[in-house]
Design a protein around this ligand. Structure first.
Ligand SMILES: CC(C)(COP(=O)(O)O)[C@@H](O)C(=O)NCCC(=O)O
Ligand SMILES: [Mn+2]
Length: 851
């Protein structure tokens, strides 16, 4: 038998996925640790598509998870109870996996071929579940490819890898790639005005029609009406090639990036004729032109007697960039107007996340449309073609993936590499750690992030002098990182959200720089303590110390990157930072940093449970309800994520701290809807309330908190769904009501319970179940929860959110279709002031009837 490996949810990229089918024990069965053969286990089954352009090769490849068989009895019982059998679930052609985006310089095509070969990406088609690369008639594997290089390098691929390239039309691929991204990825599109990036949530059902403007050497303008439905309606021969060609002649630059970099130090007023030059420094108000508007690109040079050498190459580059971007923006707008299109998405190698380019295009669209049309850009813009080629494989089943089934993760290297591969792929954790050690030291000097978009770069009218801080481009010439897309077909939208489209999990938006700075400091200062706990949880071995160190470097690098460019990984809220921290821990294989702390706290709490239950039994209904809520709030003090709390723990045992916290409880709490909740639960006067049908309790920390919906993966000292059945079984020894409920819910299937009456009659009991929520973070984004929780939630009429992470950092403003109770103690002074105008350790008991 193979020991089951925790949960089946595939949210984390760091957990090994095992195919246990046909597993067999090799050698002696009596051995303590016999060797287990997993004949069907393959590391990653990969599928690959390419876009081979003139300067970059873009790769999109997919690695699939095998679904692991589960013999978890709890899960089976819960599934039966909730009616989730395979019958009412969609059958997924894919089982979940990861979509990776990487790029190489075309001039270094050999590195790309080595990468494909070492990862065996070209052999993806030989397994029995093949849905991607076919075997051609001559026996060669076939890989989908687009871009000119698919023709140019076809022989090289055949020679080096023995694969044939199946060429896909570039325009088809661009559109398919754009459609996939816009439908499947939240915050894929953003606007960029005057240095400010803002993500736009596109409604899947209201995407078409739109104008796709692809700026390569030339420019194509494509009206997109649906999947596979598009028409090239216009274009212009003045594009990226024009900028690069003219720029090279005029400045002697050796590369496109060098020319672009030069523009960042330029001042176009020395070259362009501005409205102010004509009107003696004044605006031309009557037709709405500010003095800084360009009246004529390069116009100033006609009236001056200077030769080319008399102008700074920096200024020439900027004028040229402005001229071409502005022209493209204007023609795009005219075409949008022609077909009544409101949205224009820009992509192609010319843009590469360059702030001034995007600002200029946006200004043109905004100016000419008087704000009616919007220019938008795409985070994955460089990968449209490769993604489209990938989408052209039949039967992969990715076409109808939904936003909530994709989770984007930014692995360790993301802060430095931005999707670009440096050197050979990393084979194992050890190489990863060495890379981290080496790269962080070198990386800061080689590819330290340079801010691309200091706010207000372009100023009013979009044509002021850029005031760039950074004179150099990032090494990958892109301010945006693309992560690894985790495909988790089992994730669903929480069905009790009143309006999923309006739902925003984060209460604190870190786009605000002072917020970001504050939380950056909190998380950085907490790091040494977290590393200590993580290392101790793995026995304090040398290996764990090395991993701990690499984790700290990786997480600090992410924080530093996000400080410079808060939008680098998409829209950033506090919940994303807290989750990133847990993901980083998992990446360095810290399975559960607070394991022993949780155990200790659970034991201490269970030891006093009998007394507490007796006390509760002796109370009136009303006092009991109040005591229960007080208990939940007071117990929220068990929080190893809060600096203030961790300091408290030096001063006493957890039970002492809990008692102190209980004794200090004084109503009214800072937010206190208890009376309304009491009336709902107990009624008033003779009016008996309608009993709830199902309550979902989103439990938080280990210790004395009550239980039900719990994390799938560990995060800080939060209890997980795996741990709960044992805790419930232990608690059930002290309480018949709990025991009967747990039995009815199938929770005690394996547990040895000392029952007082031995009765098996639980027909009258309300079942108590444990479901996992699908996350591994102290916060919860209810747009992406486990299918198990989604099924349980359909019949729920009360949800109780416990703790700061789930009830304050996220979901404080969330509206539900059913009743909601949000309970937390605020263990951070700044948050208390901001959110409830109170103080640290104040409590929140917010009751909201169904909306
Ligand atoms: C990580 C947490 C959200 C966990 O709180 P919980 O949900 O357990 O109540 C919280 O500890 C937190 O916001 N900590 C950082 C703030 C601080 O140290 O003050
Ligand atoms: Mn917690």
């Amino acid at each position: 038998m193979v020991p089951p490996t925790s949960n089946s949810i595939h949210r984390s990229g760091s957990r090994p996925q095992l195919d246990l089918s046909k597993a067999a024990i090799e050698g002696n069965f009596e051995e303590r640790d016999p060797t287990i053969l997993l004949p069907n286990q393959s590391d990653d089954i990969s599928h690959l598509a390419l876009d081979i352009g003139g300067s970059l090769i873009k790769l999109v490849y997919f690695s699939r998870h095998q679904d692991r068989p589960t013999n978890d009895k709890r899960k089976k019982t819960v599934k039966e109870r909730l009616g989730i059998s395979n019958g009412n679930r969609r059958s997924y052609p894919i089982l979940g996996g990861r979509l990776h985006f990487v790029k190489f310089e075309t001039s270094k095509i050999n590195e790309c071929l080595d990468f494909i070969s070492s990862k065996q990406l070209h052999r993806g088609g030989v397994d029995s579940h093949s849905w991607h690369s076919d075997i051609s008639s001559n026996g060669n594997a076939v890989i989908k490819a687009t871009g000119g290089g698919a023709y140019k390098y076809a022989d090289l691929f055949k020679e080096r890898l023995g694969v044939s390239l199946d060429k896909e039309d570039e325009m088809d691929c661009l559109v398919a790639g754009a459609n996939f991204l816009l439908k499947a990825i939240r915050h894929e599109a953003f606007t960029h005005m005057e240095g400010q990036k803002e993500f736009v949530q596109i409604d899947q059902n209201d995407l078409f029609p739109y104008l796709l403007v692809n700026i390569g050497s030339g420019v194509s303008m494509i009206k997109v009406d649906g999947d596979g439905k598009f028409e090239r309606v216009s274009g212009t021969n003045v594009g990226g090639g024009t900028y690069w060609g003219l720029g090279r002649l005029l400045t002697k630059c050796k590369s496109f990036d060098e020319l672009l970099e030069l523009s960042q130090k330029g001042d176009n007023r020395t070259i362009d004729m501005l409205v102010g030059d004509i009107y003696g420094g004044m605006d031309y108000n009557k037709i709405g032109l500010s003095a800084s508007t360009i009246a004529s690109s390069f116009g100033k040079t006609i009236s001056e007697k200077k030769e080319l050498t008399g102008y700074r190459p920096e200024d020439i580059s900027l004028s040229l960039l402005r001229m071409i971007s502005y022209n493209i923006g204007q023609i795009s707008y005219l075409n949008a107007l022609r077909f009544g299109l409101k949205r224009i998405f820009f992509g192609g190698f010319f843009i590469r996340g360059h702030a001034y380019t995007m600002d200029t295009i946006s200004f043109a669209v905004q100016f000419w449309s008087k704000g009616e049309a919007q220019a938008m850009f795409l985070r994955h813009e460089g990968f449209l073609g490769a993604l489209g080629a990938f989408m052209s494989y039949e039967k992969h089943g990715l076409d109808d993936l939904m936003v909530h089934q994709l989770v984007e993760r930014f692995p360790m290297g993301a802060p430095y590499t931005g999707g670009k591969i440096h050197g050979p792929p990393l084979g194992d954790l050890n190489e990863k750690i060495s890379w981290m050690e080496k790269f962080v030291q070198k990386g800061t000097e080689i590819t330290a992030p340079v801010p691309m978009a200091p706010s207000g770069t372009t100023g009013l009218g979009g044509f002021e002098v850029p005031s760039s801080k950074g004179g150099i481009l990032r090494s990958d010439a892109s301010a945006l990182n693309v992560g690894v897309l985790h495909l988790v077909p089992t994730l669903e939208v929480f069905p009790q959200l009143a309006d999923p489209k309006m739902y925003e999990p984060n209460t604190i938006d870190l786009a605000n720089h002072s917020e970001l700075e504050y939380w950056f400091t909190v998380l950085s200062e907490h790091l040494p303590d977290l590393v200590d706990k993580a290392v101790a949880s793995e026995g304090g071995t040398d290996d764990s110390k090395r991993r701990g160190d690499a984790f700290a470097r990786a997480f600090s690098a992410h924080l530093a990157r996000l400080m410079e460019e808060p939008a680098a990984y998409g829209k950033l809220g506090l919940a994303n930072l807290l989750e990133l921290r847990e993901e980083c821990l998992r990446e360095f294989q810290f399975v559960d940093a607070y394991r022993s702390i949780k155990q200790r706290e659970n034991e201490a709490s269970l030891a006093v449970l009998s007394d507490l239950l007796m006390e509760l039994d002796s109370m009136t209904e009303e006092t009991r309800l109040l005591t229960l809520i007080e208990g939940v709030l007071a117990a929220n003090i068990f929080d190893w994520g809060s600096r203030a709390c961790v300091e408290l723990y030096h001063k006493g045992t957890i039970i002492e701290i809990y008692r102190m916290s209980r004794n200090k409880m004084q109503r009214p709490w800072r937010v206190d809807d208890f009376d309304a909740f009491k009336e709902r639960m107990l009624g008033s006067g003779d009016k008996k309330p309608r009993p709830h049908k199902r309550a979902l309790l989103f439990v938080d920390n280990s210790g004395a908190d009550v239980v039900l919906v719990a994390n799938s993966l560990p995060a800080l000292n939060d209890v997980t769904a795996m741990e709960l059945p044992d805790i419930v079984a232990e608690a059930a020894k002290h309480c018949d009501i709990l025991r009967r409920a747990a039995e009815a819910g199938g929770l005690l299937v394996d547990a040895m319970i000392n029952t007082s009456d031995g009765s098996k009659d639980n027909s009258s009991s309300v079942p108590l179940m444990v479901v996992e929520n699908g996350c591994g973070s102290p916060c919860i984004d209810l747009r992406q929860v486990s299918s198990e929780l989604a099924a349980a939630a359909k019949d729920a009429d009360l949800i109780v959110l416990e703790g700061m992470g789930r009830a304050l950092h996220t979901n404080f403003n969330a509206q539900f279709k059913c009743e909601a109770l949000k309970l937390a103690m605020v263990k951070n002074q700044r948050l208390a002031e901001k959110l409830i105008k109170g103080n640290i350790y104040d409590c929140v008991c917010r009751y909201e009837p169904a909306s």
